[in-house]
Design a protein around this ligand. Structure first.
Ligand code: SF4
Ligand code: SF4
Length: 373
């Protein structure tokens, strides 16, 4: 929630070998109370079973550093997330991403026990992992990524992983529009705001993120704050995006979930925009260059959000391995792959298939969002 004072955001350059040292510095600077005897839930981004070199999931060495620093402080540590797809268990995702090994025996399947909650603004039913609500201290560890549906994927978006199993798909159907989905995400945030957010910006995803259809960019930074909204606003500015326009930060600002005004965010480190940062095609008008495109999109995101849902993913048969992850994860049951590809009119353009396809075979067409509508 918005605090009376100023929110500090730390931006630190880092290489893997320095991870523990940087995490120690972040914890010392941002955690005021003792963690001794506290139950600490570490919540990485475990969107799917990708190896760490893809940059889709929180770097295992960052998870390891956080786990060790918390254990050294006498905390009872649990590491867990609810992955995006329907075909892979959280244990399998944790193993492939290296997070299981990095958790040093602290990994938990957090979907085993759940509780039902009603969103304050949406009225939706949310099935939330009980361990999240019971934890004394939550450390949120998002990735710095773009997202074809929500433009930005950061600290508030990462909390969609509080939601267990098939309830995720139901929420996509209930909130197919990015503005509604942002409202659902902010409801989730309000159920258990994280106590600390450490964002992995070592390898970030630009373009058609958050996964295989996006492009990797080496940035080599950690961003950290106790204020998730302030952190997401700083991250948006590094992407060249106005946080007051992007769906999730716009809703967070509307609800005053944290600080967003420049004068109420104290930044330690460099907050330079990443040069030529590429936004998703779903939010990118054709323009002479990326800076021009980003400038246009900043002023027009609300209009794009209202109409973007007519852009459907396309299937790249050459890359498809017929695994049917997309079929099982499609919230609208709009897809068939075998014996032949069919996408029905039930498609809600949620891009879950784009996000979860392990081969990048579900693609976002390179459309001019202004010419389409
Ligand atoms: S499009 Fe992707 S997720 Fe769907 S069947 Fe093909 S490879 Fe699997
Ligand atoms: S086909 Fe893809 S974009 Fe359409 S509803 Fe299904 S998962 Fe979402």
């Amino acid at each position: 929630m918005q605090t009376a004072g100023v929110s500090k955001v730390i931006i630190e350059s880092v290489v893997v070998e320095q991870m523990r040292e940087k995490v120690e510095m972040i914890l010392s600077e941002l955690v005021s109370g003792s963690l001794s005897g506290q139950t600490v839930l570490v919540k990485p981004n475990m969107v799917g079973p990708s190896t760490p070199d893809f940059g889709h999931t929180t770097h295992p060495e960052l998870v390891r550093a956080v786990v060790r620093s918390c254990l050294d402080r006498g905390a009872k540590v649990q590491v867990g997330d609810n992955p995006g797809g329907m075909k892979s268990s959280s244990r399998r995702v944790a193993e492939v991403t290296g997070i299981m090994e990095a958790s040093e025996g602290c990994f938990r399947s957090i979907s085993d026990q759940v509780v039902k909650r009603t969103g304050t603004e949406t009225g939706f039913t949310f099935i939330i992992s009980k361990l999240v609500l019971e934890a004394d201290f939550v450390i949120n560890m998002p990735k710095f990524k773009t997202h074809v549906m929500t433009l930005c994927s950061g600290a508030i978006k990462n909390l969609f992983g509080y939601v267990a199993g098939t309830n995720k798909a139901k929420l996509h159907v209930e909130a197919p529009d990015p503005a509604d989905f942002a409202r659902a995400l902010c409801d989730i945030f309000q159920m258990r705001p994280p106590d600390l957010n450490i964002m992995d910006a070592l390898t970030v995803i630009e373009g058609n993120g958050p996964c295989h259809t996006g492009q990797q960019r080496e940035v080599g930074k950690l961003l950290a704050s106790t204020d998730a909204l302030a952190l997401d606003c700083v991250k948006a500015r590094m992407m060249g995006v106005n946080p007051a326009s992007a769906p999730i930060t716009r809703e967070g600002i509307h609800r005053k979930l944290g600080n967003w005004e420049d004068e109420r965010i104290e930044i330690r480190g460099e907050v330079e925009p990443i040069p030529d940062f590429l936004l998703p095609a779903t939010y990118r008008p054709k323009a002479p260059d990326r800076d021009e495109a980003n400038k246009v999109v900043q002023e027009s995101i609300p209009e794009i959000m209202l109409t973007r849902t007519t852009v459907k993913p396309v299937w790249n048969q050459d890359n498809c391995i017929l695994c049917e992850e997309c079929v099982e994860s499609c919230p609208a049951e709009a897809l068939t792959i075998v014996p032949e590809f069919v996408m029905t009119d039930a498609c809600i353009s949620c891009y879950c298939c784009v996000e979860l396809c392990p081969e990048g075979a579900m693609e976002v067409p390179d459309v001019d969002v202004f010419q389409v509508y």
